[in-house]
Design a protein. Structure first.
Length: 118
């Protein structure tokens, strides 16, 4: 059970980091607005914060979550949907969709890291 929790943790952090790193940056508002929570999505936007702070929050929540708890990664920047669907030349294919497409790859890497085989 501990290994499964570590695999989930590592895969969630890798995928969430993909979301953050692939989010276009002009003012930092969209990139820093990735917010991680347990159970329910956070629904408010936050002021500009560094991407590193969003990543620290992601890791802390992933560390804290119990095996049966749902982790939620949300972004409430007003323009996030436009960014996801090609509004920025920096991310013409979005960032959430690309991160989700890498989920299985991130799980496989987490399994290998934690000595889990299928």
């Amino acid at each position: 059970m501990a290994r499964a929790r570590e695999v989930r943790r590592d895969a969630v952090i890798a995928t969430g980091t993909d979301f953050i790193d692939n989010t276009p940056i002009k003012t930092g508002l969209a990139r820093g607005n990735w917010q991680t929570s347990i159970g329910e999505a956070i629904t408010n936007a936050i002021p500009v914060r560094p991407a590193s702070e969003a990543k620290r929050e992601l890791a802390a929540i992933a560390d804290e979550a119990l095996a049966d708890e749902t982790l939620v990664i949300a972004n409430n920047a007003a323009h996030i949907v436009r960014l996801e669907f090609g509004w920025s030349a920096q991310a013409p294919e979005g960032m959430f969709r690309l991160g989700i497409m890498r989920w299985q790859q991130n799980v496989a890497a987490a399994e290998a890291k934690n000595g889990v085989s299928r």
